[in-house]
Structures are given as structure tokens and as C-alpha cells.
Design a protein around this ligand. Structure first.
Ligand code: FAD
Length: 404
């Protein structure tokens, strides 16, 4: 599947990591991670750190799947507000999932620091605003439930948002300093490069895995070119192309659109460079980037066909511009580059992490949703704990058991 089209900013901003190393013979490892995006890179980091002999396999160049198209807003909020998630999985579990996402942002910050990877990670607040009067009800319920669980949140009135942020909208909720933004492509490449440099990881690129066979003692991965990798465990971190390895479909494909503006006068950009998103579904979201540019995304549609997605790009970019201007009438913003991509959603907005059945040697690490990067951090930790003999409660919330 073509995971993105148009011109993703990160591909232009960063140099491509030219690492060409297709699998040319049969090899073996403790763990094979299929996928070199941010999910695979974080899993590789955790497992290498735990002393396991790992290799990463990707059919493309390193991290050029969805991670290269990601706008990389890092928020502890997931696509489904806490009080709505609570209706689906119970309040305690929902609060636990939110808390895990909150911790994952600090964990990512620590991982980047300890590996010396500069992924333009930057702490910023989040403004979650009501798109309409109905949205104010969502904000109030959300505020109350987050407070009850000691999750960071403050209320912002309509007037606060106008006065402090210059925004034309209804009330909102502020998460101060707990969110962040980054460059997911740089993070994935940096982590893999770090372990390649240390000599504790092998990476095979341009190597497509056609099949995974699981036996009692281990697994065999067979590449499209007919080579085999023998291993004890497999981590499937193939993002939105995981369907071929799953016994059942667990996700819905969604097409999404993003743009980056020409540089804007820094004095006109809203304070604290907060991440901004709204209660409407689909939601509009935005962040800033280096060079005083504004990144805007949204206009999601529930289909996965890449051709249909690409045909809509220009129209969607116009829509994103119009929505931005009605929210921020005083910021003269025009798009410089735009792109579209595909991502997946699940019914409860949570990822699928773990084996399909207890005892399986194939672990899925599928950080679905519009805030998938926090799930990639959580997934890497869950899998490291499982493969080193310390399963935990996350299993029940993020695993396949919840489908039963
Ligand atoms: C436009 C857009 C904006 C987004 N914005 C945000 C955001 O603001 N915040 C956020 O947290 N998330 C966001 N997301 C989601 C986020 O980008 C994803 O959750 C994340 O990038 C997924 O990473 P991944 O490593 O799982 O997948 P990918 O980056 O797609 O990596 C999977 C890799 O697996 C490889 N692969 C697949 N099949 C095979 C096979 N059979 N054999 C070998 N290799 C294979 C692919 O080539 C690919 O490189 C956004 C997504 C898009 C598209």
C-alpha cells in the first residue's frame, strides 16, 4: 500500500538515511522486528538494551512508511476523550490508559536523551477546544474526569482563548507542559543508527517478509526473495500494513491530510506554541515547527484507497486553510507543502500490543490511531517486559484479549 503521497515535510527537511542492506542469505536472531518506523525503532531500542540479539527488517528504506508522514504531536490525550473511553472500557482502565500515555512522553524524552538522538523533541502545552456548543459539554465532562484521576488539565473560557491565544472559538481545556512535539522520522532513524553504531543491532532493508511460520521452539520468517530468518520471537511493527499477518481485521483504515505553511512572522504565532486540537470529529489539529512554520492536519475520511485519498489532496488543503483562518483570523498563513497519508483506527482508540493468543511467539506492536507514537513507546515497553519474563497489567488494556 502507498502509505503517503504529496510532499511530507520531514522527507524534505531531513536527509534520507541511505542504508541499503537487503537480506542475501539465511540468518538467525533472538528477535526479529518487522518494520523500521518509530514503532520498530523503539522496540529495537528496548530489546537491544535488554541484551537480546535483534534484527530489524523493512521492505522500504528505513522509516519511510507512516513515520515519515507523521505530524508527531505527542499528547497524553488519545483520539477518544477520557470520559468516552471510560464508557467503553470502564473508568479505571481508561484512566490507566491515559496515565500510560502521559508517562510515555517522558519516557520518549528520556530515551532520546540517553541515546543522544536529536529528534527536535520539544515540550509544549496542548489546547483542546470546543468546536461548538456541544463540544463545550465534552470539555466540561473531560475536565471533571481528568481532575478526578489527577491527570493534568485546566479550564479555559471562550474569553481566555480569545485573549491569550487569539482564537475564535468556544471554551477549552489546557494541558500545560505535559505534551511535546518531535520529528518521528528523525527519532526512528536516530535510534536505529545509534544501535547500528554500537554493533548490537542488524538492519535489513528492502526485504519484504512474505510469511511468518510459528513452531513450538521458534519462528521462521520467509522473505519475498526466499531467504529465511530463524528466531525465538517476532515483533510485527508493520504499522497499517499489518493486516496480512493478523488472523482477523482489527482496524479501520482512514485517510488523513496535512500541510506545512510558509514561515509566519514569529510575533503572530500563538503563545507557547501550544499543540491545538478540537472536539469535532474529524478534528482539526495544529502545531508549529522550526522556521516559524505552522503544521495543520485533519479532514480525515473513513476509507483506505490511496488513489481516492490522493485525488482529494488539493481540496482538503483548501479546507484546512479555511478552517485555520476562521480560527485564527489574524494569522496570515498559506500552505507551502502538503501531503496525505493513511492511518488506522480501532473502536476504542487504543492500540493492539501483544500476542494474538497467550503463549504465541509472534507479538504485534500496532500503535493505531492519530496519536500512535505514544503507543509505540508503550508497545516497546510491554514487549520488552513480556520477552524478559515480566508480563504486566497493560496486557488486558492494550492486548487482543479485549476483543473476546
Ligand atoms: C499524516 C499523518 C499524521 C499523523 N500525525 C500523528 C501525530 O501528530 N501524532 C502521533 O502520535 N501520531 C500521528 N500519526 C500516526 C503515526 O504517524 C503512526 O502511529 C506511526 O508513524 C506508526 O509508526 P509505525 O512504525 O508503526 O509504522 P510505519 O512508520 O508505517 O512503519 C512500518 C514499517 O513496516 C514496514 N513493513 C510493512 N510491511 C512489511 C513487510 N511485509 N515486510 C517488511 N517490512 C514491512 C513498512 O515499510 C514501514 O516502514 C500520523 C499519521 C499520519 C499518516
Amino acid at each position: 500500500m502507498k502509505l503517503h503521497s504529496g510532499l511530507p515535510y520531514w522527507i524534505v527537511k531531513n536527509q534520507l538515511f541511505d542504508y541499503y542492506n537487503p537480506l542475501r542469505k539465511d540468518v538467525s536472531a533472538d528477535v526479529v522486528i518487522v518494520g523500521s518506523g518509530i514503532t520498530g525503532a523503539l522496540a529495537a531500542h528496548e530489546l537491544c538494551k535488554a541484551g537480546l540479539d535483534c534484527c530489524v527488517v523493512d521492505k522500504r528504506s528505513i522509516a519511510t512508511g507512516s513515520s515519515a508522514a507523521s505530524t508527531a504531536l505527542l499528547q497524553y490525550e488519545i483520539d477518544l476523550p477520557l470520559h468516552q473511553l471510560a464508557d467503553k472500557i470502564g473508568e479505571e482502565n481508561a484512566a490507566f490508559a491515559y496515565r500510560s500515555c502521559l508517562e510515555s512522553i517522558s519516557d520518549l524524552e528520556r530515551i532520546l536523551k540517553e541515546t543522544g538522538v536529536n529528534a527536535d523533541f520539544e515540550r509544549v502545552p496542548t489546547v483542546f477546544y470546543a468546536s461548538d456548543a456541544k463540544g463545550e459539554d465534552i470539555i466540561t465532562k473531560e475536565y471533571e474526569m481528568r481532575r478526578r484521576h489527577n491527570l493534568p488539565v485546566d479550564m479555559l473560557s471562550k474569553e481566555d482563548l480569545k485573549r491569550r491565544y487569539g482564537m475564535n472559538t468556544y471554551a477549552g481545556a489546557l494541558t500545560n507542559g505535559e505534551s511535546a512535539q518531535a520529528d518521528a522520522y528523525k527519532a526512528a532513524v536516530g535510534l536505529l543508527e545509534h544501535h547500528l553504531g554500537r554493533g548490537d543491532l542488524r538492519v535489513y532493508t528492502h526485504t519484504e517478509i512474505a510469511d511468518i511460520e510459528e513452531g513450538n521452539d521458534g519462528c521462521r520468517l520467509i522473505s519475498v526473495d526466499g531467504h529465511t530468518i530463524y528466531c525465538r520471537y517476532v515483533v510485527v511493527a508493520t504499522g497499517f500494513e499489518a493486516g496480512r499477518f493478523l488472523p482477523e481485521n482489527v482496524m479501520k483504515l482512514t485517510s488523513t491530510y496535512a500541510l506545512i505553511s510558509h514561515p509566519v512572522d514569529s510575533r503572530l504565532i500563538w503563545p507557547d506554541r501550544a499543540l491545538i486540537w478540537e472536539t469535532a470529529d474529524p478534528y482539526l489539529y495544529m502545531r508549529t515547527s522550526s522556521g516559524n512554520r505552522i503544521i495543520i492536519g485533519g479532514e480525515d475520511e473513513n476509507f483506505g484507497n490511496p488513489k481516492r485519498r490522493d485525488r482529494l489532496l488539493r481540496k482538503k488543503v483548501r479546507k484546512l486553510e479555511e478552517k485555520f483562518h476562521s480560527l485564527f483570523p489574524d494569522i496570515p498563513m498559506t500552505a507551502e507543502m502538503a501531503w496525505c497519508g493513511t492511518f488506522s483506527t480501532t473502536d476504542d482508540g487504543l492500540p493492539f500490543i501483544g500476542p494474538w493468543d497467550d503463549g504465541d511467539r509472534v507479538y504485534f506492536d500496532l500503535g493505531y490511531g492519530g496519536n500512535g507514537i505514544t503507543f509505540s513507546v508503550i508497545g516497546a515497553q510491554i514487549i520488552r517486559r513480556a520477552l524478559t519474563g515480566c508480563p504486566d497489567r497493560n496486557d488486558e488494556i492494550f492486548g487482543f484479549k479485549r476483543l473476546d
